[in-house]
Design a protein around this ligand. Structure first.
Ligand code: ZN
Length: 489
């Protein structure tokens, strides 16, 4: 079964095949660097990290471009409000570039900890002003934009005569107009649904560049069209981002690509892929609701909703345990469950390496492996793939105890599948070795003390140890000759 991915553009799963094999071009909208990376950033980065890793595993040569937005992202969707980075710089009385660089560094630090591979290219909007100006110039030349008072807007009414607008989000412009807060005549735009490609800057504006239309700065949407097409050509294979970017950001990108390159642009990308959002205990995550959780807060536990810190792999595992198109509800309970689930799989993985081969096999590794890859090929269903590994943890104990068997060849394939999927594709790294070994040997010591206590008929002590371990999420598995342990969720 080939890899199928859900395409937001067609609203169905489609078989993935690159436009120019073996190359794959993938562009994902990166962060606007004005605040600490939060759970939403982590989910988007991890979703596309797994896709990046899986495409490479399948043998493709992937060029993965993920941008840094360091200019032009205004507070409001309708070209109003202050630039987010400028606002932060004003509040802190520092240069905008200090804000951008500080939060880019924090973003990298958090994503590195989460095991997210760096993209092949990480372009910044301020580093690609000429490419953006050139694209705007061509859109004007083709008549799909107009200039007014040194600003340039995409003329949606004019664009609609030749191309469908709203095709990605499934919205129509009449609906958009109804939802618009702008009043006719209060804006220099011809229609409220037009959007800015270039904005005129006041002399005091901190970030501004020369352009054919005077001093100004680019709109937010144009950077992603210009940078993706600059590095990947048009159309390219995959454009990704969070579900909240479908409208207006990605809809605007498609319009810009068509307006600049005509029908040849073919919706800018062949596949449009969107990860769903993170909710906090059932509520939308937002600064105003006070339930905003940063990645760093998960690591340190310094948040009212958390009683302790969690290692990065616990968060990564929590994110992978949901399918990327489902909402992911974050709570400490879910995070703790994910942490224990991750440790349970890693314990099983470690135990698997101690299994010795036999002369025959009790079960088909091939059939199980096929189910695992069928799950990944089914629109990257990491949740289903992980469930198939959980199913195997008891089998590994039985293998280890030689109650069931695998031949050397099957055992090698079985071990390889664990490594390839959990470590290489899902990007989980085994627990930090020194801490893990200390921990494992402490548990071993407790098991020994408990066995001695039972032999001495000190059942109170034996039960105390068992109950304490249970409360820590560790289950003892008693066999006549030994006691094994594992984590449970
Ligand atoms: Zn973007």
């Amino acid at each position: 079964m080939p890899l199928e991915l859900y395409n937001t553009l067609s609203r169905k799963k489609e078989v993935f095949s690159p436009l120019h094999p073996p190359y794959v071009g993938m562009y994902v909208c990166g962060p606007t660097v004005y605040s600490d990376p939060h759970l939403g950033h982590a989910r988007a980065a991890i979703t596309f990290d797994v896709l990046f890793r899986y495409l490479k595993y399948l043998g493709y040569q992937v060029r993965y471009v993920r941008n840094i937005t360091d200019v032009g992202h205004l507070e409001g969707d309708a070209d109003e409000g202050e630039d987010k980075i400028l606002k932060k710089a004003r509040l802190e009385q520092v240069e905008p570039i200090e804000i951008a660089q500080r939060y880019t560094a924090l973003y990298h630090k958090a994503m590195d900890a989460l095991g997210v591979l760096r993209p092949s290219i990480e372009p910044t909007a301020t580093g690609h002003i000429p490419q953006q100006i050139e694209m705007i110039r061509q859109i004007l030349e083709r008549g799909y934009a107009y200039e007014v008072n040194g600003s340039v807007y995409l003329d949606v009414e004019c664009y609609r005569r030749d191309f469908p607008y709203g095709i990605l989000s499934g919205r129509n412009v009449e609906e958009l107009l109804a939802g618009s807060r702008e009043l006719e005549g209060q804006s220099e735009k011809r229609h409220p649904w037009d959007f800015a490609l270039w904005k005129r800057a006041e002399p005091t504006h901190l970030m501004q560049w020369d352009s054919p239309w005077g001093r100004g700065y680019p709109g937010w949407h144009i950077e992603c069209s210009a940078m993706s097409i600059n590095y990947l050509g048009v159309p390219f294979d995959i454009h990704g981002g969070g579900l909240d970017l479908v409208f207006p950001h990605h809809e605007a990108e498609i319009a810009q690509a068509h307006a600049c390159f005509g029908k040849e642009a073919a919706f800018q990308a062949r596949f449009w892929i969107h990860n769903n959002l993170v909710t906090i205990e059932g509520q939308k995550m937002s600064k105003s609701l006070g339930n905003f959780i940063t990645v760093e807060q998960v690591f340190t536990g310094k948040h009212p909703k958390l009683s302790r810190g969690y290692p990065p792999m616990a968060l990564r595992f929590l994110i992978l345990q949901a399918h990327y198109r489902s909402t992911l509800d974050f709570s400490e309970e879910a995070l703790l469950g994910a942490f224990r689930g991750y440790l349970r799989l890693m314990t099983a993985y470690q135990r698997l390496m101690e299994v010795r081969p036999y002369t025959y096999s009790s079960f088909s590794v091939e059939a199980w492996r096929e189910r695992v890859f069928a799950a990944l090929n089914d629109d990257l269903n990491t949740a289903a793939a992980i469930a198939l590994f959980f199913e195997q943890t008891e089998e590994i104990i039985r293998l280890r105890r030689q109650e069931i068997y695998l031949t050397a060849e099957d055992l090698a394939l079985y071990q390889l599948t664990w490594k390839e999927v959990l470590i290489d594709i899902l990007g989980l790294s085994p627990p930090q070795s020194i801490e893990w070994e200390k921990w494992a040997s402490l548990i071993g010591l407790l098991i020994q003390i408990r066995r001695d206590a039972r032999q001495a008929k000190n059942y109170a002590l034996a039960d105390l140890i068992r109950d304490k371990m249970t409360s820590l999420g560790i289950k003892f598995l008693d066999f006549p000759d030994e006691t094994l342990w594992e984590m449970y969720e």
